[in-house]
Design a protein around this ligand. Structure first.
Ligand SMILES: [Zn+2]
Length: 700
């Protein structure tokens, strides 16, 4: 919940790997639509996802070092291969393509590849971090250490970050929210099903093993510490908000002064924490506000801290340091970490190659610099122009939808219209890249680079408070294969990395490109008008512009989607021994939590189709040889569905259902097309067939 932007999808992969040894060729015309993947044994009107992706699913195996694999993962493979080549050049002193930070990139990559050196320094690295905990003798020291560890990338106790003020989007303010637990979400600590209890046992064992491997404790002490730490995390989790509680942005907007924070949670030395970050002006001010996203958590944190000794708190900090930095300490500790977080939790079979992990670390620490290199070799102005024009048409289409809706009154129409007129779009890459002049990078010590890199971005984040809002800032790297809507800036953002085959290809037809990429543009745009985005006005402020009657209608329309998605369940096709899961609520899609994404998926595809129909009114009838007997409307739908062909380990799918607001791929396709009469028309589906139910949901 750190970022309040709405991203297009989340893939729970720790590292990608270059398993395919195919040659990288920027000119390869990888088709957006691949009719060879269609399974003609399945009727499009019964299961459109399986119809469109059937043969892809049959022939695709999830790579052992991945937890899910998408058809669009081909993009990631291509990008990874290219970037690895560039980083290898830089590492070897060959600075092509020429960019400002080529040497820093090469040095960082070189230091990361040198695992011998990393493990040689392993316990020295650990001691450096532990020394910050050992010196704690007072609650003030504890607050100082909390600030210092967070700055170095260790997630302890709660999260602090800066973002635009929800009540005045021209300003940046501090935010506080729950964090500091090891398992992905509070539900994991409270799961009483047999598989849930088993997972908890495995987590506790992992904790114990890690503490022993750190060589900081005797076996007895490690056991005592593990019991305490798990209990401590369980308490933190119990005060954290559930995903359901985090849906309404108004509930997460709690503007408080510093003294109100101190009253809410007096045991923690907030003045020491804020002063350590250089935010003394906040501790002294009677008027400056910060946003305490979940008040209940900070009340609870106070109770927890009041009842825990300083000595026990140190155990918790030590555990967080070990867990976060396992990869820097020893191979045994890293293996232990990988075994729980990747293998057990997500079903990842094997570890990726070192080069892939290092690419990920470069993305994390110097991502924007690497993005500049990527743009130089892999992105053209033609792509940018096509997508920019298409976005413009889709925004225009949305304006028509609003103007022609019979359920929106003129007052609310005006609010929506203002949002659409002011909406900005960012395509490809930022106008200015991040300045890394003050980030020290050595070619020899990856640990130091990692720590410095974290501190560098943390300091930048803190310093933003004093500056005007930077509207040119991006929240994704230019080479990332993803997209987002940011309600505070009222902007849609499409990095160059996602505008590649098989999601986008200038050699493919408009129907194919608009089905795959147009629907993404529509999706991000619709986020501005989903159950969360609609709470923000055209300036990015949380301000209601809805009349009560229109709001009532919106909620009624949304309820239809909630009920629809609540009925979907996941099944483990790969393991017939897993008992029938329909009865277990944890295998159900959560219609409420996924509502915003489902509204955006439905709105996105509708906008894409209607935009295409504007210039191709005969799309339902124009069956052509080029399309092998399909009409262009059919191609557009197939293109959309094929952009979602995917396979996941069951563990990964289960985690997605529990913690991700995005529905699994199958439902992102079937849930959407079964709500569209245009789909039934395109594929001649009879009324009552699965993809053409009588009851259809519609929001936008
Ligand atoms: Zn989304």
């Amino acid at each position: 919940m750190l970022k309040r932007i709405f991203i297009f999808f989340i893939i729970f992969i720790y590292f990608h790997d270059l398993f395919a040894k195919t040659k990288y060729n920027l000119q390869t015309p990888f088709p957006v639509v691949d009719l060879e993947l269609i399974d003609n044994n399945i009727s499009a009107c019964d299961d459109f996802y399986k119809f469109s992706c059937g043969k892809w699913i049959n022939k695709t195996k999830i790579p052992d070092d991945e937890t899910s694999w998408y058809r669009f993962s081909e993009i990631d493979l291509k990008t990874e291969k290219l970037l690895t080549q560039i980083l290898t050049n830089y590492k070897n002193g060959n600075y092509t393509p020429k960019i400002k930070y080529a040497k820093k990139l090469g040095d960082l990559y070189n230091s990361c590849m040198d695992t011998d050196q990393i493990y040689k320094d392993g316990f020295k690295n650990l001691n450096f971090l532990i020394s910050k905990i050992e010196s704690i003798n007072s609650s003030k020291d504890f607050a100082n250490a909390t600030a210092e560890l967070q700055r170095l990338g260790v997630d302890v106790l709660f999260a602090f970050f800066t973002e635009q003020d929800n009540t005045d989007a021209t300003k940046i303010q501090p935010y506080l929210t729950a964090s500091g637990i090891g398992m992905p979400e509070k539900k994991y600590y409270e799961d009483t099903t047999p598989s849930g209890v088993e997972l908890i046992q495995k987590y506790k064992l992992h904790m114990l093993n890690s503490l022993k491997l750190s060589k900081l404790f005797t076996d007895n002490e490690a056991e005592k510490a593990a019991d305490f730490i798990f209990e401590f995390e369980t308490k933190l989790a119990s005060y954290s908000l559930s995903l359901e509680d985090q849906i309404d942005p108004n509930a997460l907007n709690n503007q408080r002064t510093f003294s109100e924070l101190v009253n809410l949670s007096p045991t923690f030395q907030w003045d020491a924490f804020f002063n350590k970050l250089g935010l003394n002006s906040f501790t002294k001010s009677k008027t400056k506000k910060l946003n305490i996203m979940d008040l209940h958590f900070f009340e609870g944190l106070n109770i927890i801290l009041k009842n825990t000794s300083l000595n026990d708190l140190k155990y918790y900090l030590v555990w967080k340091v070990i867990s976060t930095n396992a990869t820097f300490i020893s191979k045994e500790l890293y293996n232990e970490h990988f075994n729980f977080f990747n293998k057990i939790l997500y079903g990842q079979k094997s570890e990726p190659e070192r080069s892939k992990k290092c690419l990920m670390n470069v993305n994390l620490l110097l991502g924007d610099a690497l993005g500049e290199a990527f743009i130089k070799v892999a992105f053209g102005e033609e792509q940018k122009k096509y997508v920019s024009d298409l976005s413009q048409q889709i925004i225009k289409e949305m304006r028509e939808v609003v103007a022609n809706s019979d359920w929106i009154d003129s007052e609310t129409q005006l609010g929506a219209e203002k949002k659409l007129i002011t909406l900005s779009k960012k395509i490809g890459y930022p106008n200015k890249f991040t300045n890394y002049d003050n980030l020290q990078i050595k070619s020899t010590s990856f640990f130091e680079n990692y720590i410095n890199g974290h501190a560098f971005s943390y300091d930048q984040m803190v310093q933003r408070i004093a500056r005007p809002v930077d509207r040119s800032r991006w929240d994704m790297n230019p080479h990332e294969n993803n997209a987002y809507y940011n309600p505070s800036l009222n902007e849609i953002v499409f990095p160059a990395g996602t505008l590649q085959s098989p999601l986008f290809n200038l050699l493919s037809s408009d129907a194919a490109n608009i089905g795959a990429t147009g629907s993404v543009i529509g999706h991000e745009l619709t986020h501005g008008f989903d159950n969360q985005g609609r709470e923000y006005d055209e300036n990015g402020n949380l301000q209601n512009w809805w009349s009560p009657t229109v709001e009532f209608e919106f909620k009624k329309k949304s309820q239809c989607l909630i009920d629809q998605y609540n009925k979907y369940t996941i099944v483990d096709n790969q393991d017939p021994n897993v008992p029938k899961q329909e009865d277990n609520p944890k295998f159900h899609i959560n219609g409420e939590v996924t509502l915003g994404e489902n509204i955006a998926d439905l709105g996105g595809l509708k906008l894409a189709l209607n935009t295409y129909l504007k210039s191709n009114p005969n799309a339902f009838d124009d069956i052509s040889e080029i399309n092998h007997g399909y009409s262009n409307a059919q191609i557009l739908f197939i293109s959309y569905a094929q952009s979602w062909c995917s396979k996941s380990t069951f563990e990964s799918l289960l985690n997605q259902v529990i913690i991700d607001e995005h529905s699994p791929s199958e439902f992102r396709v079937n849930g959407v097309v079964s709500n569209m009469p245009e789909f039934a028309k395109a594929f001649n589906c009879k009324s009552g067939q699965k993809m053409n139910p009588e009851n259809k949901c519609s929001v936008w």
